[in-house]
Write a protein that binds this ligand. Structure first.
Ligand SMILES: NC(=O)c1ccc[n+]([C@@H]2O[C@H](COP(=O)([O-])OP(=O)(O)OC[C@H]3O[C@@H](n4cnc5c(N)ncnc54)[C@H](OP(=O)(O)O)[C@@H]3O)[C@@H](O)[C@H]2O)c1
Length: 292
């Protein structure tokens, strides 16, 4: 049996294809420009082409700041695209694993968000992702929504790789210290997704519903930047001498970010028997992957 991955050229999609080899799982991946999620008919044909074990949606409009002035595209992909995919999965009787985000929360909590906590997205990206979750729940029973946070991988653009680039160019970095969350290595999330799809190979049910998955540890962007440079210093001598902690106010962005978006992953572990991985161990693993 084969898993269909939508968005195989993104950070997570790429990691899914790499990890699948280790799990001995066959995959077929698609992405723009061959497949546009906003084209319902193309999506339906793809989903109906084969008896997939499951469909994994790693595709999304993820440009958080650009979304503020590109509202229609963000909703066309993150809400309508997900709705088309859910319709296709229902028509062809297939389960769908869909990825969502900590940005559905407003960040005013003081303890990790559980999947049942009320959502209140601050920006267009978060609103469009929340609308996608809703569209999926309304259309397809056999779904697993996995909200993740602060995703970084070997392939694609992310905070960790940006810090490494800037640390090569500058003596001083200025990084926000008053936003807290849980980093997530795309390789870990990919492994978890593939692990949970295994019952689908035997046409068995999963614990359907909404779950949280991230690495273990609640830290600031500043802490993540420091640890990134420290980890990569095993391989490279950097220009950077100081990483200055700055406030969110000192680093204004078009889209507001949640000040605290730690995710409670207890339900994921209880339902799927998968433990969360320590954030520092995973960061080291990602850095090893970048350099070797
Ligand atoms: N990155 C994070 O920090 C983060 C945090 C929490 C949750 N998430 C969620 O995790 C999932 C994976 O994120 P990621 O970082 O791997 O994203 P990513 O690297 O931006 O990859 C997303 C992929 O989807 C593709 N895509 C965009 N519009 C599409 C369309 N209309 N049809 C088909 N494919 C389309 C993108 O193509 P183009 O590059 O050509 O646009 C890209 O290849 C997403 O659901 C995201 O919302 C991400």
């Amino acid at each position: 049996m084969t898993i269909l991955i939508i968005g195989n050229k993104g950070q997570l999609g790429w990691a899914l294809e790499r990890s699948a080899e280790n799990h001995d799982i066959k995959t077929v991946g698609v992405d723009l420009p061959e497949l546009d999620m906003t084209h319902a008919e193309a999506l339906n044909q793809l989903v109906g082409r084969k008896r997939w074990a499951a469909v994994v949606n790693a595709a999304a409009y993820t440009a958080v700041d650009k979304a503020e002035c590109d509202v229609d595209t963000a909703f066309a992909v993150n809400r309508d695209g997900v709705a088309h995919l859910a319709d296709a999965c229902r028509e062809h009787d297939l389960p769908l694993i869909h990825i969502s985000t900590d940005y559905v929360f407003n960040g005013r909590a003081t303890s990790p968000y559980t999947p049942d906590d009320p959502i209140d997205p601050l920006g267009i990206y978060g609103q469009s992702k929340a609308a996608g979750e809703k569209a999926l729940r309304e259309r397809l029973d056999r779904h697993v929504i996995i909200r993740t946070s602060w995703l970084y991988g070997i392939h694609g653009n992310n905070f960790v790789k940006t810090m490494l680039r800037l640390a090569r160019e500058r003596k001083e970095l200025r990084v926000v210290f008053d936003q807290y969350g849980c980093p997530t290595y795309a390789g870990d999330l990919a492994d978890a997704i593939l692990q949970i799809t295994k019952p689908c190979m035997k046409n068995q049910d999963l614990p359907w519903g909404t779950f949280h998955y991230c690495n273990k540890g609640i830290i600031s962007w500043h802490r993540l930047a420091r640890q990134t440079i420290q980890s990569a210093s095993r391989y490279e001598k950097f220009q950077v001498e100081t990483i200055v902690p700055i406030t969110t106010e000192e680093y204004p962005t078009p889209a507001p970010r949640p000040a605290y978006s730690a995710l409670d992953c207890t339900g994921f572990t209880e339902s799927f028997g998968i433990e969360m991985v320590d954030w520092k161990d995973s960061l080291d693993l990602m850095v090893d992957g970048l350099y070797t």
